[in-house]
Write a protein that binds this ligand. Structure first.
Ligand code: SF4
Ligand code: SF4
Length: 346
């Protein structure tokens, strides 16, 4: 049976509550009653203001509190350097962006440097198991709050990317982005910190810089986290975007792992780039909010609604040259959810 996707064009607190309550009811009472619920979101990078705001998040948290859930706000560390690179800075940017005032614990799900992870077996086509940030993996239920916007590699990003790339540990993110191992550039000062930290003894110090032995490297990404000189590089474009989408969908499957899950996707402030970047140009009009227990249906509905509002044009493909709809078909093919849905307007 097609999943229900609840939709409203209004952005009021009352509307967010109603949309969330309807999707929550579709879990059949599986979220609440002291359950540890991970509310997965993106706290916004320094210089970004397009992320889902604390004001829009508050009605969701109030509703969860009404169901006596034991919820926390969470995200995992990013692979790139910035304010979301380690837990200390990540918490600082979350507070700076107003999330500390919500009165709900904030937990960076994969620890200070992305070292805390849980490996989860999945029935995927690429990975037999995925590396999910520990606190998300250990939660009983998920609420996935996403901002629907453009993305340089995915065309667009919403619930599936938030679940997949967003819930992977740092090593998981490296695995999704690249089949190659990291390398060291000329910024290297030969400080030796990466050598000490590498669990595989894969890094050697030469006179001018460190070098990584790809045969020994296990792809844990610790060297990226410890290097203070931005000298360890990720081969970001080693894979085609369609391959990264497929890997990300498999990670989303592992992040959900059969848990009850409610997706809430805000389709506003549609920028060309994601919330990991400073504010970029807006490429579309605000559309509304969708909620569903099915991440694929939620994402498909968000994409369809944006397309419909813009004269049947894929504004993301026009802006990024990437066909983001590839992830929808792949995610459905591995059982993350279904692309057909029933749109319920509230
Ligand atoms: S931590 Fe960075 S700067 Fe230090 S040796 Fe390793 S790559 Fe070079
Ligand atoms: S990714 Fe991990 S295993 Fe590979 S070189 Fe870096 S620290 Fe060592």
């Amino acid at each position: 049976m097609a999943a229900a996707v609840y939709f409203s064009e209004k952005f009021s607190a009352d509307t967010v509550s109603k949309l969330f309550e309807r999707a929550l009811a579709d879990t059949g009472g599986r979220i609440g009653g002291k359950d540890r619920v991970a509310v997965k979101l993106h706290f916004g990078e320094e210089g970004n203001s397009r992320f889902v705001s604390p004001a829009n998040l508050r009605p969701i948290l109030t509703t969860l509190a009404g169901h006596n859930s034991n919820h926390f706000l969470t995200d995992a560390n990013a692979l790139y350097r910035g304010m979301r690179h380690n837990a200390t800075d990540h918490l600082e940017i979350a507070r700076k962006h107003g999330f500390g005032a919500l009165g709900v614990p904030i937990v960076i799900a994969d620890g200070e440097r992305g070292e805390e992870e849980t490996q989860i077996a999945i029935a995927g086509k690429i990975f037999p198991k995925v590396r999910i940030a520990r606190h998300i993996a250990e939660a009983r239920a998920l609420v996935v709050v996403s901002h629907f916007k453009g993305h340089i590699l995915f065309g667009f990003g919403g619930a599936i990317k938030n679940l997949g790339m967003g819930c992977g540990s740092r090593a998981g993110k490296l695995e999704m982005h690249a089949s190659l191992k990291p390398s060291v550039n000329d910024n290297c000062t030969v400080c030796g910190k990466c050598v000490e930290a590498c669990p595989a003894d894969a890094i050697l110090l030469a006179e001018d810089k460190a070098t990584i032995d790809p045969d020994l490297c296990e792809g844990c990404a610790t060297c990226i986290a410890v290097c203070e000189f931005d000298a360890v590089e990720v081969p970001w474009m080693a894979l085609a975007s369609s391959a990264v989408m497929e890997r990300t969908a498999e990670y989303a499957l592992g992040a959900v792992n059969g848990k009850p899950c409610v997706c809430v996707t805000f389709i506003n402030n549609i920028a060309k780039d994601c919330d990991c970047m400073a504010d970029s140009e807006l490429i579309g009009q605000d559309v509304g909010i969708v909620t569903s227990t099915d991440p694929v249906a939620c994402e498909q509905a968000a994409f369809d609604l944006v397309r419909s509002q813009h004269g049947d044009i894929d504004i993301f493909k026009r802006a990024t040259r990437i066909d983001g709809s590839h992830i929808l078909g792949y995610a459905e093919s591995i059982g993350l959810g279904r692309r057909d849905y029933e749109l319920v307007r509230l």
